[in-house]
Structure formats: C-alpha cells, structure tokens
Design a binder for this molecule. Structure first.
Ligand code: GLN
Length: 387
C-alpha cells in the first residue's frame, strides 16, 4: 500500500502516545499538557447557551465575528497591539491547526524554517509537510539565547523562524532584547516570525512580548495563540492567528480548505470569556500555576531529578541521569507502568534523539492533590528501579 514519502520522515506524536500509555496503566498523566480541573463557568455556560440558541451551524470560516472582535480588543488591552478584527484574525481548530495552516500558507518547498531546540514536537512535521527544511537551532535549557548563533542560522533560504515563548518544554520566557534581536534578523533577511504564544498568560517571571508589537514587525509576524491553556479547554480546539492582512489572506485560504472552521458554539464560549474576565483572572492563573510549579519542582528535586523551576508555561524538563542510565523512552515507559507517573521522553523534543536521552518532561497543569500524589510516587522511583 502506498503512503506519502513525507510522512515517513517523522514519527508519530510521542506526547499523545504517552497519554494512551498512561491510560493503559492508570498512571497519573503528567505527559500531555492538559488540565484536570474545571474550566471557568463563564465559558461553559456561554457555550451551552449557544448550543441551546442554535448556534450550531458553521461560523464564518475565519471565525465568529463576536470572537474576532473580542480578541482584537484584548490584544489592544494586553499589549497595545492594534488588530483589525475583520482583516487580521483567523480562528482555527486549536493552535495546532493555526501553526499548520500558517506554514502551508507561507512556506514553499525548499524554504528553510528555523526552529529552536528543544522544540514542541509538532513544528518539525509541520515544516516537513510543506516540503521545506527545518533548521534546528540549539538553545541550552536554563540559558539565554546566543544571538550570534541565532544570526548564523539564517540563510538566503530562510522563510520563517518559529518562536515559542513562554517555551514548551523549557519554560524560557524571552526577554525584550531577545525578541528585538529576532525581529531585527527577520527584517534583515525578510523572514517571517511565527510566534506560538499559547502560554502567554502563564508566567512566573519576565514580561510577555508579542514580537508583532516591535517596530517594523507588523507585516513580518504571525501571532498564534488560543483558548486551550488560558481557559483550560484543550479539547475545545479553539486557536487564533493574528497577522497582517496580506499574510492573513493566504492563511485563511488554507484554513478554509483544511477545516472550514472551528466549532461555532465553542467560539461563543471563548468570546464570552474574553469579554467578561478582567485582569485579575489572568493574574490568578499565573499565581495558581506558580504554586503547582513549586509543588512539582520540590517533588522532582526530592526524588533525585535535576531541573530548574521554569519562568513560564507549565512543564518541567528534568534530567534523570542521577537516577537511572536507561534511555529516556524506556525510563518514561517504566515510570508509567511501575511508578504510576507518566512523563514525555526528552528525545521527542530534539531532532537528534541522543540529545534528549537523559531528559523527561513533566506537566504540572494538575490539581494540588494529584501533584502531591505524583510527588509521593516519584519518591519511590529510586527504590523501585531494577538493579
Ligand atoms: N502542548 C501540549 C503538550 O505539549 C499538548 C500537546 C497536544 O497534544 N496538543 O503536551
């Protein structure tokens, strides 16, 4: 049976695979990053109301008007970024589709796309599915960007650079100087920065700077985000793209033919949240996540992992080489089955698996009691390891 050659050049999602393994073993799932606590009532009630009011047919393909307008007002309020809700917003089926549609619209076969490494596993396949070449740019977890190395990654073929801040899996929050450095390189090389800002409201240190707000970047930046992480509704699949009209025109065409649109009643739920939740919601979100971060961090340190508390997002990338010599995939599978805690093998965040063999990623988007139980189980990792 024939399949496309491109799909042979990447493996299946390890993150989603670990969720299946966690379910098989009834393990605490700290692998795929989704909350186990309820979403705010305002979203749920507005979505239920929308279904009852028969908002059950296709929304406008690039997003329900109410959501696009609510989002544009928020970008102005949060970042002073002027967004035209009619011409510059596309609502997608999650940030995942947003990234894929963006790349398919803007990247041609033979182009190069720079991806910081370690990276969220979707970016590599997204680039390959465009017939383009990913150029991986190592960043050392816990260290600032080396701007000379970033500059050296650009070539005359560079069409785009993917930036994810706050970062999955490292937790790095880019500084203003780093964002400015990337912007300057994009302008110099006439490249587009595609920013995945899905964790924009989950931060413990630093400032969130959409690169689109920097001088000259309005027509060189595609800003991707969504409701999944901010409102704890990863299963709703509501993602957003903000970009200059010229870029949006191309992106909307791909989005339209790929998915037609995101779920209409759920777009109403997200619009209601954007309209009604004030600054305290977003502050409380980070405060609650900071407590969860501290719980998991101290649990990992007590269990013998080496790691740093992240500055943003909700993951800890942990070095387990003081505990075990196993490769990451074996270690993570063993922990899931024998210890009852699932994580993501570090190699899935690197194009060369050897670079992540000593790492696993834990998500802490969970209630305190579940994180406490996970920390207790992790304390037993050393005792339970086979000799
Ligand atoms: N971004 C989340 C993670 O890294 C969820 C990934 C997904 O499956 N969409 O776990």
């Amino acid at each position: 049976m024939k399949t496309a050659a491109r799909t042979h050049s990447f493996v299946e999602s390890v993150i989603r695979g670990m969720t299946r393994l966690a379910m098989e073993h009834d393990a605490i799932n700290l692998a795929q990053g989704f909350p186990n606590f309820p979403a705010p009532d305002v979203l749920k009630e507005a979505a239920v109301r929308a279904i009852r009011d028969d908002i059950n047919q296709y929304a406008i393909t690039w997003g329900a008007r109410r959501l696009r307008h609510a989002l544009a007002r928020k970008y102005d309020e949060w970042y002073g970024l002027p967004v035209d809700p009619e011409a510059e917003v596309t609502v997608c089926c999650g940030a995942t589709e947003a990234m894929a549609s963006t790349m398919m619209a803007l990247i041609d076969p033979g182009d190069e796309v720079i991806i910081f490494e370690p990276f969220y596993e979707n970016y590599g396949p997204d680039v390959i599915l465009c017939g383009a070449q990913p150029v991986f740019l190592p960043m050392n977890p816990g260290q600032r960007l080396d701007m000379d190395r970033v500059a050296a990654a650009f070539s005359h073929r560079t069409q785009a650079i993917v930036v994810n801040t706050p970062n999955n899996p490292t937790g790095l929050v880019l500084s203003r100087a780093e964002c400015e450095g990337i912007a300057e390189l994009c302008l110099r090389h006439d490249a587009i920065v595609v920013t995945d800002e899905i964790y924009e409201h989950i931060r413990y240190e630093g400032e969130h700077i959409p690169i689109a707000t920097l001088p000259g970047m309005h027509d060189h930046a595609v800003t991707i985000s969504g409701a999944s992480k901010t409102f704890g509704v990863t299963g709703w699949r509501v993602g957003t793209i903000v970009a200059h009209e010229r870029l949006t025109d191309a992106i909307r065409k791909v989005h339209d033919f790929l998915t037609v649109g995101a779920p209409a009643p759920l777009q109403e739920g997200v619009a209601a949240a954007l309209e009604s939740l004030g600054p305290e919601y977003y502050e409380d979100l980070s405060t609650a996540y900071r407590a969860r971060r501290d719980l998991l961090y101290s649990g990992l340190i007590a269990a013998g992992f080496r790691c740093d508390p992240p500055a943003g997002a909700y993951y800890i990338l942990a070095d387990f080489s003081d505990i075990s010599d196993k490769p990451d995939d074996e270690f993570a599978a063993w922990m899931t089955a024998q210890v009852g805690v699932a994580s993501v093998p570090g190699s899935s965040f690197y194009h060369n698996p050897a670079d992540g063999r000593h790492l696993v990623r834990f998500a802490f988007c969970k209630t305190d009691d579940l994180l406490g139980e996970a920390a207790e189980r992790l304390l037993r990792v050393r005792d339970q390891l086979p000799p």
